[in-house]
Structure formats: C-alpha cells, structure tokens
Design a protein around this ligand. Structure first.
Ligand SMILES: Cc1cc2nc3c(=O)[nH]c(=O)nc-3n(C[C@H](O)[C@H](O)[C@H](O)COP(=O)(O)OP(=O)(O)OC[C@H]3O[C@@H](n4cnc5c(N)ncnc54)[C@H](O)[C@@H]3O)c2cc1C
Length: 437
C-alpha cells in the first residue's frame, strides 16, 4: 500500500527470541494473537512472552485473538488490560477483544501514535542517504538531508546503476547479504519509474563452470539459466535491474517530509543527553535528536572512531551507438568483470575501472581504454561497434570499501544510541542500500 504509508516488518524466528530484539521506541498499537490454543502451543503463552508484548505496547494498544483461554485472559488482565468476549467468528462461540486502558481512561491512543522520533538529520545525499530518508519519511518522520555539494555528487551519481548480484547457493541465502539485498532491492526499486527490469548475462570463467552449474540446480529457470555452448559460457540472471539515480533522487527529494540542505557537515557534537549539534566550519547549523551519517569515504573524518574505509577510484564510459537498441537488447545487460547495458534507446554505458587508493576523480583516457579492453575480451562484437574513444563520455568517482566488504550499518557507538551510519557500500551500493536502510 505505497500511498497509505504502511510498511510491514516481518520477523522470522521464535517469538521468545525475536520479541526482546524489537525496539520499543514506537509502541505497537494493535496485536493479533494467533498462536494456536494454549493447550497445543504452550510456549507462546508463557509469561516472558506476555511481558514482552506489554513492553512493546502502550496505553491504548488493542489485542485480539480467536482464543479465550484462561491463561491468555489472566495474563493480559494481570497487566491491567481490559478484556471483553464478544461473539466469535464462524463456529467459535466467543473471541477475545482487549484494550490497555490508562487509569484515567483518557483515550491515549493519539499520544501513542505520535512518533517519538519526529525529525532525523542525514549527512550525505547519495544512494545510502536517499534510501534512509525515504524509509523514514514513509513512516511519517521528518528528514533533513545534507550534502556538501548536490545530491548524488559522490559515487552514486553515474547516469545508470546496475543491480547485479553474485548469487549464493540457496542453502546460504539467509546469511548472504548480496542475495537478500538483490531480492529486496528489486522489489523496492520497482515502485519507481527510475527502475528498469533487465536480465543480465553473467560470464563464467572456465574454473568456475562447475560451481555455476551447481548454482543453476538451486534456482528455478525463470531466475537463472546457463548458456555453455560457446567458448565464453554465461549464466543468465533473468531477474535483475537498472536504476537511474537522478530520476530516483528527484522522487525521493520531492517527498513532503524530506528537506534537502546544501552544507558540508564538519563536526557532530553532543549538546545534551539527547541532542546533537551539526556544524559547518564556522557555526552550529542545526540540532537533531537522531543523525544518520551516509557520507561514504568522509565517514572517518566526521566520526574518527569508525572502521577505516578504503578509496577505490572507478570510471564509467558511455557512448552513442550506431543503431538504436531493439527491445530485447534494451532489456539486457552484461557482466564480465566489467559491465555494460543500454543507458537509453541509443546509448551504451559500461565500465568500470577499479583503482584502489586513488582519490582523484578526473575523467581519463586510460580508464576509457581499460573499459574498452575489458569489453573486447568477452564481447568483441559489441566492442567493435563502439565509436572512437575521443567521442566517449565518462564520469569518475570513488567507492568506499570496508576491509571485510560488508557495509557499515547501524549504531555508531553503544553509548550514543541516536547516532547511526550507513557507509562503506563498496561496489554494490545500489544493491545494499535498500535492505540496509
Ligand atoms: C564507476 C563506478 C560504478 C559503479 N557502478 C555501480 C553499479 O552499477 N551498481 C552498484 O550497485 N554500485 C555501483 N557502484 C558503487 C556505488 O556507486 C556505491 O556503492 C554507492 O554510490 C555508495 O553510495 P553512498 O551513498 O554510500 O556514497 P556516495 O554516493 O559517495 O554519497 C556520499 C555523499 O556524501 C556527501 N558528503 C561527504 N561528506 C560530506 C559532509 N561532510 N557533509 C555533507 N555531505 C557530505 C557527498 O557529497 C556525497 O554526495 C559504482 C561505483 C563506481 C565508482
């Protein structure tokens, strides 16, 4: 229900283990307790479960269940929850309806609904900051997003980004961020017109042919298929995508609860128990109760105790093609160590160079040449159609890479629960950002 601003969090696991992990900052307004009869499923009706349910609720919270078993009624009543037993559905004689009233019974639901977090400041308007901003705004929270220059002026500002995971065996999906991130990102971005579904031909090195065949056995053919008849075998990932960052950013920044401000945040300082100050070089710009730092490589300057991020320079190239793409070509991308895909009906975008520890972002002929060489090895026919390098366009930017290739996500420091970061997204920021935010 995108217009209704509802988001659904699904927790997989045992309630006894999951409930203690859920934050109580936003009270739950309504519970449907559907855990089978207490006689069949006693674990779910233990006191430690009820105490968690109450911890996550607030005066005004409602409870409903098909069960009217004594253990359920007594447990809720012991916390001051008022119980009624109207006529049940279908063959059920009664059901349970309950509400947690205050002593004064002054209809506190409105108080409970008003979010305790009312405004969040985000530093950095790349794909990480934009995803965070959208998530919060969709939950009714006001966001101010800062960028030192313009939105998408860092790594996220290429004309088109590919959503291209290296899939894991199905048995490892639950712990493989890239596979989970891919499924999540496709569903998330497909609500935006900036998204285009594509299939990707992923070339396979001979040494990886066997493991690719095993992967093939794991996934249904509508998702993954193999072409191994030629010298250059490849997997076809049928469910992939391309995102136009500029078009995406326009929609995000038009959200009525999101405000963009241009400023370089030089310092974040705790002003009191729950208030932080955001400073530029001279002055205090803003106060915030919650901050998310999404400024990629500059994270270590702003928050010096964060794990080191390594810069990796990269350049993409794009060119006009002699013929417009036909439909099937338009919806096909290629991945071969580098990547290529139609930027629009007439242009091809491809890349990307990968130069660790280089921090310059000038566009270079040698990076174009590198992109050409990569393509020529695997897709010589496509490379042959490219115009001379002098006619190419390019953009260079920096990736921010962590030592273990996993992004940095979440609370920066246990003693500062209001300060978060999402950074170090490496080469797959567009894939990781939706799930991480
Ligand atoms: C050539 C190239 C091609 C790539 N292709 C793909 C691809 O196809 N698919 C994919 O998934 N990933 C791709 N990546 C990786 C992807 O671009 C990154 O992972 C992603 O952009 C990281 O997003 P981010 O928001 O963390 O950082 P950024 O996009 O770099 O955003 C950080 C922002 O913070 C701002 N900022 C910094 N310091 C401050 C400050 N002090 N105050 C205020 N603002 C500040 C910057 O101006 C910047 O806008 C590519 C990267 C490169 C370099």
């Amino acid at each position: 229900f995108p217009e209704a601003r509802i988001s659904l969090d699904l927790w997989f696991g045992d309630a006894a283990q999951c409930f203690p992990l859920i934050s109580s900052k936003q009270p739950i307004h309504a519970w449907f307790l559907d855990g089978f009869a207490p006689s069949c499923n006693p674990e779910l009706w233990q006191d430690q479960i009820f105490s968690q349910i109450i911890r996550l609720s607030a005066p005004g919270t409602t409870f409903a269940s098909f069960s009217v078993a004594g253990v359920l009624k007594r447990a809720l009543q012991s916390y001051g929850v008022h119980i009624t037993r109207p006529k049940g559905f279908g063959h059920k004689r009664e059901m349970l309806k309950a509400v947690w009233q205050t002593v004064q019974d002054r209809s506190p639901i409105a108080e409970a609904i008003s979010p305790q977090i009312s405004q969040v400041s985000i530093v950095g308007a790349g794909i990480a900051g934009l995803n965070c901003a959208w998530r919060l705004a969709q939950r009714g929270i006001k966001v101010v997003i800062y960028d030192e220059s313009a939105p998408l002026s860092g790594g996220s500002g290429n004309p088109l980004a590919m959503l291209n995971p290296k899939l894991s065996p199905i048995s490892q999906v639950a712990i493989h961020l890239m596979t989970i991130g891919w499924q999540y990102a496709l569903r998330f971005y497909s609500q935006f017109t900036a998204f285009r579904p594509i299939q990707i031909q992923q070339s396979i090195e001979q040494k990886n042919l066997e493991s690719s065949k095993q992967l093939l056995a794991d996934y249904p053919p509508q998702i993954l298929s193999l072409h191994d008849q030629s010298d250059t075998p490849y997997l076809v990932l049928h469910k992939a995508g391309a995102l136009q960052p500029q078009q995406f950013a326009e929609v995000i920044l038009a959200h009525p609860l999101i405000e963009f401000k241009q400023a370089k945040i030089e310092k974040i300082k705790q002003l009191s128990d729950q208030v932080y100050g955001l400073y530029d070089q001279q002055q205090l710009l803003d106060r915030a109760t919650h901050i998310i730092v999404c400024n990629a490589l500059a994270l270590n300057q702003l928050l010096p105790d964060t794990p080191r991020l390594k810069p990796i320079r990269g350049q993409v190239s794009w060119v006009n093609m002699p013929q417009p793409f036909v439909t099937q070509q338009y919806y096909t991308g290629y991945s071969y160590g580098g990547y290529a895909m139609p930027l629009d009906q007439n242009q091809l975008i491809f890349g990307a160079s990968f130069l660790p520890q280089q921090t310059e972002t000038d566009t270079r002929i040698e990076d174009h040449q590198h992109n050409l060489d990569l393509m020529t090895q695997i897709l010589p026919n496509l490379a042959d159609q490219l115009p001379p390098i002098a006619k190419w366009h390019g953009r260079a930017a920096l990736r921010a890479q962590t030592a273990d290739y996993f992004p940095l996500v979440g609370q920066v420091d246990e003693t500062k629960p209001e300060l978060y970061c999402l950074a170090g997204l490496g080469s797959k920021g567009f894939l990781f950002a939706p799930i991480c935010s």
